[in-house]
Design a protein around this ligand. Structure first.
Ligand SMILES: Cc1cc2nc3c(=O)[nH]c(=O)nc-3n(C[C@H](O)[C@H](O)[C@H](O)COP(=O)(O)OP(=O)(O)OC[C@H]3O[C@@H](n4cnc5c(N)ncnc54)[C@H](O)[C@@H]3O)c2cc1C
Length: 211
């Protein structure tokens, strides 16, 4: 799913650097009439009517000031713009295709920070399950310091990789591997080309103790 952001020449200098990279999907036109016909998945007539209604609603008697909440709003629109409302009237016009992204999940599974092993609600390690990156919870609340998404991915990725590798080295061979007590659903499953211990592990859902 995506939307189009439309700017005119008046504000182009204020666009962030991301808008200048080669990979952006950008459409340019000398008039709004022409622009709306170039936008994928857009009803040109409805879009033009929307743009004209927006332009007419901008409170141009209030000075535009991008440095403060300037109160330069729209009047009479069902969804008002509260600040920084600028008319789209100076060609060339540019439209950028934009979409949503989840910057941070702010939540996820609980892990042992020493090994990256995922823990169940009782704090017991879940056998063979290690996690890093966005699906790890408990790192950030409310907000995050810049750059910490990739940092936590790298740090806990290393920890989880080392934890899983270390544990796998101490696994017993499949033939002698004892079934942990209390396990109810650990079925042996053979996977062509996979080592016996790995194919067996993939069919186990028990979570009784560290592994
Ligand atoms: C717009 C934006 C800007 C950001 N800017 C920054 C920044 O400046 N600095 C910073 O540190 N962090 C930033 N982040 C956060 C950072 O990108 C993430 O924290 C980080 O990428 C998470 O890494 P990850 O490996 O956990 O998850 P992801 O990068 O989401 O990787 C998960 C991978 O799993 C794949 N996948 C999903 N389901 C399956 C499946 N069923 N089978 C196989 N593969 C699957 C996905 O395709 C994806 O490649 C930004 C995020 C966004 C969205």
């Amino acid at each position: 799913m995506f939307a189009w952001q439309i700017f005119d020449a008046k504000v182009k200098a204020q666009l962030r650097d991301e808008y200048k990279i080669r990979q952006v999907t950008k459409v340019t036109a000398e008039t709004l009439e022409e622009l709306v016909t170039k936008l994928d998945d857009v009803d040109p007539e409805a879009a033009l009517a929307e743009l004209k209604a927006y332009n007419a609603a901008v409170q141009t008697d209030i000075a535009f000031n991008p440095n403060v909440k300037d109160g330069r709003s729209t009047k009479g629109l069902a969804i008002p713009k509260s600040n920084w409302a600028n008319t789209l009237d100076t060609p060339p016009f540019e439209a950028y295709a934009v979409t949503c992204g989840v910057t941070f999940s702010f939540g996820g599974v609980k892990i042992d920070p020493q090994t990256g092993q995922v823990e169940d609600q009782a704090g017991q390690g879940i056998r063979g399950l290690y996690a890093a990156g966005e699906l790890v919870g408990g790192l950030f609340y409310h907000n995050y310091p810049g750059g910490t998404g990739l940092t936590s991915g790298a740090v806990f990725g290393k920890i989880a990789g080392a934890g899983a590798a270390s544990r796998s080295r101490s696994w017993p061979a499949a033939a002698t591997w004892p079934a942990p007590s209390g396990r109810r659903s650990c079925r042996s499953r053979s996977t062509p080309g996979a080592g016996a211990r790995h194919s067996r592990a993939s069919a186990c859902s028990a979570r009784d103790g560290r592994w």
